[in-house]
Design a protein. Structure first.
Length: 189
């Protein structure tokens, strides 16, 4: 008898939890925050064209990588003065250039942000930039897990984490690259 009562109670709890899950999917609150599949962010990290300094087809410290963010808004709502937080560790990159799709980048809390974005209803926006990976003493993971934030600083959508493995260089290879860039000559003069 106790087993039947316990099974019955478990069944009621399971039905209640299932109904609660369905109710949250159908609620208007979810639509207000646009936490659905109608608004997405896709991100990628790859070697930039001509970014492979030693032409070994691997991503090494000192190479240039391209970060690309595609914001897809299939909703009827436009977003103005929004910000894309890249959540990239800013200490891993330098020489940011070839910025496309925005008027500029900024640093905030040791990451790169892209402020003042406007994405109209049913619009797709692509933003990209290139950056040189800093030289370091160990292999590093370069990652981005971007977040689109509205003017009120409320999260609209987060992207999936994208990452690449960057290999360290030997001290001799770093010296060759620095000399090749002409940086040493300009300091000596």
């Amino acid at each position: 008898m106790k087993t039947k009562v316990l099974l019955f109670v478990c069944l009621i709890v399971l039905v209640f939890l299932s109904f609660d899950g369905v109710r949250s999917v159908l609620s208007k609150e979810e639509d207000k925050n646009v936490k659905n599949k109608e608004f997405t962010i896709e991100s990628s990290i790859e070697l930039a064209p001509d970014g492979d300094d030693n032409k070994n087809s691997q991503i090494d410290a000192g190479d240039i990588v391209r970060f690309t963010y595609t914001i897809i808004n299939t909703t009827d709502q436009a977003y103005s003065y929004a910000t894309l937080k890249t959540n990239i560790d800013r200490k891993q990159l330098n020489f940011i250039h070839n910025v496309f799709g925005t008027t500029g980048l900024s640093d905030l809390d040791d990451t790169i942000i892209i402020p003042n974005i406007r994405v109209n209803a049913r619009e797709q926006k692509v933003i990209s930039f290139d950056a040189r990976i800093n030289y370091f003493q160990e292999d590093k993971i370069i990652a981005t897990e971007s977040e689109f934030v509205n003017v009120d600083k409320k999260s609209i959508k987060k992207s999936l984490r994208k990452e690449i493995q960057a290999k360290k260089l030997t001290a001799e290879e770093v010296k060759k690259r620095v000399e090749k860039s002409g940086f040493v000559r300009s300091i000596k003069q």
